[in-house]
Ligand binder design. Structure first.
Ligand SMILES: [Zn+2]
Length: 275
């Protein structure tokens, strides 16, 4: 799933093109993709977006008259594309907007189950929809992070991914961040020393900034991730092989040498815990 660096890179790329022209035609939209019916999509027609905005992993586009907000959640397989006038459009995108002059913003989802969503809301309803999100991960200071970590005793990998606690981090960047901070994915949030909290805050900011810089240049997953999905490959810090462990419904990647004092973490799949 795209996380803060990926979504922010898209936001920056989309900001100017989506606000260049008013919307000529809103839709069509796949029935599973468009989650709202009131206000109707055609209400967008003739209005202009003021740009692209982001909160956590969510992208949104507000009209410059302050009346409407189009909220987008890409989930795992959703992708947004901006097509110049005349550029070939995929046959049946999940969602499409055409601007005056012929450019288009389209959402495609290459998956059997449509999970990506588009909501057309009033700005107040959009705000409510995003209200549950914690503070933005990028720019989070050690004091604010410390407060969040002390609030609940949770395993770090799961807690960092909880959008209500911190917005923008998913499983890929949780792997990268914890590795850079040299902290165990299973460490309890309330057990961290002040020095470890500081290290974690630093790693959150440096890793997300590194990811954003790479994604803005169009870097692939292979060129971006150093730990995520790198089972058996040498750790870029110590050269030992990267390990993996199943935790709840996710697979975590980590370096035992750097993060767990050489210990191999035990499988904690939900299915196993429930058995
Ligand atoms: Zn290592």
């Amino acid at each position: 799933m795209p996380e803060l660096p990926e979504v922010e890179a898209w936001r920056r790329a989309l900001n100017d093109p989506v606000s260049a022209f008013p919307i000529e035609r809103a839709g069509p939209a796949h029935i599973a993709t468009l989650k709202t019916f009131d206000p109707p999509l055609r209400e967008l027609e003739g209005r202009r977006f003021r740009g692209a905005e982001r909160r956590g992993k969510r992208l949104f586009f507000s009209t410059d008259d302050g009346e409407l907000t189009l909220l987008v959640h890409l989930m795992t397989a959703g992708r947004l594309k901006f097509l110049q006038a005349g550029e070939k459009s995929p046959k049946s995108p999940a969602f499409s907007l055409e601007f005056q002059g012929g450019s288009k913003l389209i959402l495609t989802e290459n998956a059997k189950r449509k999970r990506a969503g588009v909501w057309l809301l009033t700005p107040e309803a959009a705000e409510e929809e995003l209200e549950y999100l914690g503070p933005e991960a990028l720019g989070l200071g050690p004091d604010e992070l410390g407060e969040i970590l002390r609030k609940e005793s949770r395993r770090l990998h799961a807690y960092l991914r909880d959008q209500r606690a911190i917005a923008g981090i998913g499983r890929a960047w949780a792997n990268e961040i914890l590795h850079t901070a040299k902290l165990s994915p299973y460490a309890l949030s309330t057990d961290l020393t002040d020095e470890q909290v500081e290290r974690l805050a630093e790693a959150i900011n440096s890793e997300l900034a590194r990811g954003l810089e790479l994604r803005e240049r169009g870097a692939s997953d292979e060129k971006t991730y150093r730990v995520h999905r790198r089972l058996g490959q040498p750790c870029h810090l110590c050269g030992m092989p990267i390990a993996q462990v199943d935790f709840e419904e996710h697979t975590i990647f980590y370096c035992p040498d750097d993060q767990t004092g050489g210990r191999v973490l035990k499988d904690r799949r939900l299915s196993r815990l429930l058995r």
